[in-house]
Ligand binder design. Sequence first.
Ligand code: ING
Length: 303
Amino acid sequence: NRVVRTAAAQMGPIARDEPRASAVARMIKLLEQAARDKVDLVVFPELTLTSFFPRWFMPDQSEVDAYFETEMPNAATAPLFARAHALGIAFSFGYAEICRHDGRLHHFNTSILVDGAGQIIDRYRKVHLPGHTNHELWRPFQHLEKRYFDPSPFGFQSVDLLGGKIGQAICNDRRWPETYRELALSGAEMALIGYNTPRHYPPAPEHDHLQDFHNHLSLQSGAYANGMWVIGVAKAGLEEGCDLIGGSAIVAPTGEIIAQARTLGDEIIVADCDLARCAEIRTNIFDFAQHRRPDAYKRIAGR
Ligand code: ING
């Protein structure tokens, strides 16, 4: 077997004026708790250094850019990298990234994976940006990811870590079956997915009571149909007046939830994830080589 002891490190609310140092200190506390459990890998949520700022319309771009990191690691996150390296623990976390690509500045909703030696081995940028572009006054709060971020041009990938292949995705990505299939086809045996999910979804308030169900439905179906471990990690709780769901979960390749958060605050849940268990699914019902019919799937990748 190839057991990776994994922790989902759920974070409670991060206030609008909470300094990055405060969020990082909370992350280090969870990291040290995980270290006491002899955890190999700690997974943090999406945009885990600041409040979920796409909920606010900010006409002034310099105010928006203040939520972004222009280098990584940096002064705010160095203590986290240092502590994790000292503990020999790999970790992933999401943040807002400004980077230069093809000679142009880009704003990405990013998640990085750092190995036990403190090296960034994967940088994923969010593919599926939900929400809208302009200030929509009818909404009780905004969801301006399409305004503040560029969609990733890089797609999905997986990297070698802890004896397996690990891939990343971010929040809305977890609702799209294509996310998991692309990761599985890249060889991923585990998907790390942070999220910030408001309970109230203004375009369809009649679905508000289904948010927890849809969260687990997405994580579990993705895990099962691709025979992979899925680690879903929430930024949870009442954040600046917006109620974010919790429900962080560690899902086995069979689709079973084997660990789940109980609170809406800072909390780690831990599970021994045997990556060899992917074979239970991938050598049987979802043996892609044996059963998958890409010749019949003409529309999926089409535009
Ligand atoms: N948030 C939400 C998500 O996809 C959302 C947006 C909320 C979509 C509720 C549908 C229902 O989980 C992010 N950050 O993508």
